[in-house]
Design a protein around this ligand. Structure first.
Ligand SMILES: Cc1cc2nc3c(=O)[nH]c(=O)nc-3n(C[C@H](O)[C@H](O)[C@H](O)COP(=O)(O)OP(=O)(O)OC[C@H]3O[C@@H](n4cnc5c(N)ncnc54)[C@H](O)[C@@H]3O)c2cc1C
Length: 457
């Protein structure tokens, strides 16, 4: 049952949601969106400097800041935990559709760590979806449930420094049976990315490795396993900064596996089935970053509006917002943001209506268009703030960095464009058929009306 739309228009959480999407929101979703909005406005956005101060305290860089711990406990009690898990997951899910969650995620995204206060952050969301879908009962109990309850965190480890990881068939890290005891597996290789081992509450990595390199079918050569972070033989070589930031307390690491030994019971789904799992991971989790980027970019835009009307700043005697170039700039940013929201919501709605597989194009469309557009908008907003815009006193540098790295995380946008382009080319014969039919008809019409027929065909 949907609500009358006029009830929603006045509430700031709904003002940017287009009517077609508003009318699909259940009463429960409306309540949840309002709660998420209130949560972010009162608990998270004003607390941004507190989080930074706590992270900078002596010895606390890789520990969850106290404020995040407190907020996570509170969010759990208020029913704001794990909102990302779509309805299709039954009892594990709080019951939102992907479209409804997109409305929540945009609001959460106004601050980078907002989603973490509600256990809706990457990569745990994708990992929890994966585990809920593919783990057996014992694995769910041991690994999924603690993450869902917010007791520990998980990381995803696929990328490698020695291959082009955007083509996962090239993943090279080796997984073999332990010759001493076939109930155990040995991992050998190097990995890039995945949260730092230093992260205090990190529990395990979900790792993709090559277990059957000689299999003639390249889609059956790889296996996905769970690697507890204290596994002997797993070593973090260094913390990787991203555009100069360490992204503590989660961070990103480079890892070396030397005969790292795990129980064979940590294989997810079965040997050689990593690509089935990877396909299953191609769901809503792939556009959560895009949903959140919209919220963050809206906030950057709001700051630009404030700057444009700040009466203390009058170059050549005019407000910044009185220059035609800035009026145009603001309009363009507004239009782009609203267009991007349609793209993301369409992807979420397509998955709700037709399933994740059918949403493939819309997901790719979001992943190609949104991070780039958001980075460009944030860049303009930063520019309108002059020198102050690039300092720590404004959130633009971190916002821009986030939008920029989402062009790579979860696969580079070029790879998505490549796939979309290839799919488009497959449509060429059908399109040609359609245009040939125009032509045949044109020829008939030429004869009927006595017009000279002209063509290169
Ligand atoms: C902040 C951040 C967080 C990340 N988190 C994780 C994580 O948690 N776990 C994890 O496993 N990985 C993670 N990654 C890694 C990310 O998924 C990879 O960097 C990405 O998949 C690309 O793989 P690659 O780095 O090996 O680059 P490559 O595959 O070598 O690609 C390099 C470049 O080649 C070009 N290219 C590649 N494929 C195509 C194509 N089909 N068509 C045209 N051009 C192409 C593109 O320009 C691309 O950027 C993260 C990355 C970042 C930046």
């Amino acid at each position: 049952m949907s609500l009358p739309l006029e009830n929603l228009d006045d509430h700031p959480a709904f003002s940017r949601i287009p009517p077609w999407a508003q009318q699909k929101l259940s009463p429960k979703a409306v309540e949840t969106i309002k709660k998420v909005h209130h949560w972010m406005e009162t608990e998270v956005i004003p607390a941004e400097p507190i989080l930074k101060a706590q992270l900078n305290q002596e010895g606390r860089r890789w520990k969850k800041p106290q404020i995040v711990r407190e907020l996570r406990e509170k969010a759990k009690k208020e029913g704001l935990f794990n909102l990302f898990l779509p309805k299709t997951f039954g009892d594990l899910s709080p019951g939102l559709t992907n479209l409804e969650y997109a409305c929540c995620a945009e609001i959460m995204g106004r601050v980078y760590w907002g989603a973490m206060t509600m256990n809706c952050h990457a990569p745990d969301t994708g990992n929890m979806e994966l585990m809920a879908k593919y783990c057996n009962a014992a694995q769910k109990e041991q690994y999924l449930m603690p993450v869902l309850r917010g007791e520990c965190f998980s990381a995803y480890s696929m990328t490698e420094p020695d291959v082009a990881s955007s083509d996962a068939t090239t993943i090279n890290c080796r997984l073999t049976r332990d010759p001493q005891d076939s109930n155990y597996l040995l991992i050998n290789g190097r990995k890039l990315y995945g949260n730092c081992i230093w992260e205090e509450d990190l529990g395990f990595y979900i790792l993709m490795a090559c277990s059957d390199p000689d299999n003639p079918n390249p889609w059956k050569r790889h296996t996905t396993v769970i690697v507890p972070k204290d596994t002997p033989g797993l070593k973090m070589v260094r913390n990787l900064t991203v555009m100069g930031y360490d992204w503590a307390p989660e961070g990103h690491g480079e890892f070396l596996y030397t005969n790292a030994r795990i129980p064979a019971s940590n294989i997810i789904l079965g040997e050689g089935r990593a690509f089935e799992i990877a396909q299953g991971r191609l769901g809503p989790g792939r556009i959560h970053h895009c949903m959140r980027l919209l919220g963050q970019t809206e906030r950057a835009y709001e700051l630009a509006l404030i700057r444009a009307t700040d009466t203390r700043k009058k170059p050549r005697g005019k407000l910044i917002g009185e220059f035609d170039s800035n009026i145009e700039r603001l309009a363009t940013m507004r239009l782009q943001l609203d267009a991007m929201r349609l793209v993301v919501m369409n992807a979420a709605d397509t998955m709700d209506l037709k399933g994740n597989k059918a949403g493939r194009y819309a997901i790719a469309q979001s992943k190609i268009m949104v991070p780039q557009a958001c980075a460009d908008i944030i860049d303009e907003c930063m520019q309108m703030h002059g020198g102050a815009g690039v300092t720590q006193l404004y959130p633009f540098p971190e916002m821009w960095t986030y939008a920029r790295f989402v062009r790579l995380a979860d696969g580079p946008d070029a790879a998505h464009r490549h796939q979309v382009g290839r799919d488009e080319l497959k449509k060429a014969p059908k399109v040609k058929e359609q245009h040939d039919a125009y032509h045949r008809r044109y020829k008939e019409l030429c004869e009927k009306w006595g017009v000279a027929y002209e063509s290169f065909l």
